[in-house]
Design a protein around this ligand. Structure first.
Ligand code: FEO
Length: 173
């Protein structure tokens, strides 16, 4: 039986994942409108991954016989000065998500909820990747600076990113 405090932090995380999707979709729209179609594609795929995360947590809660709660999704920001600012925001946001995930792991551990702890460990590892990727792109963008041709080389690279469902071959655990 899922303890109420574990269920609550997991349920809240569904909302947080969908907010992440909203934020990255807003960034994607901005990038598209600004002329960076490849970055727009990268961010749109990022949004899809966040929706997959949210749905995965939702399925876990249902499997554990808990009815998830659906709060309103906060409105994301809609514009950024440049791509460096976008990826500074991505990195800051992923660091915030890591804190939330770590808290879920801590609450699960304190309650000796091994199934929830095991479940959330996938996200603990995923956050290492999420932060590393955002940091890598941000570092590149800072190095490139105002070099338009190099920005467009990166844009072309990101245009080829495709979506792979991270849970395509997995159950909820
Ligand atoms: Fe759902 Fe970007 O972490």
């Amino acid at each position: 039986m899922l303890k109420e405090n574990v269920a609550k932090v997991l349920s809240d995380q569904i909302n947080a994942e969908f907010y992440s999707a909203y934020l990255y979709l807003a960034m994607s729209a901005w990038a598209d409108q600004t002329g960076f179609k490849g970055f727009a594609n990268w961010l749109r795929i990022q949004a899809k991954e966040e929706m997959a995360h949210g749905t995965h947590i939702y399925e876990f809660l249902l499997d554990r016989d808990y009815l998830p709660e659906f709060d309103a999704v906060k409105k994301p920001e809609g514009s950024w000065k440049n791509l460096v600012e976008v990826y500074e925001h991505v990195l800051k946001h992923e660091r915030y998500v890591t804190e939330r995930i770590d808290n879920i792991a801590t609450v699960s551990m304190k309650e000796s909820d091994h199934a929830s702890y095991n479940f959330i460990m996938w996200y603990v590892n995923e956050q290492v990747e999420e932060e590393a990727t955002a940091n890598e792109i941000l570092t590149k963008l800072k190095l490139i600076g105002d070099n338009v041709s190099q920005i467009y080389t990166l844009d072309t690279e990101f245009a080829s990113r495709t979506f792979t469902d991270p849970f395509a071959n997995a159950s909820t655990t």
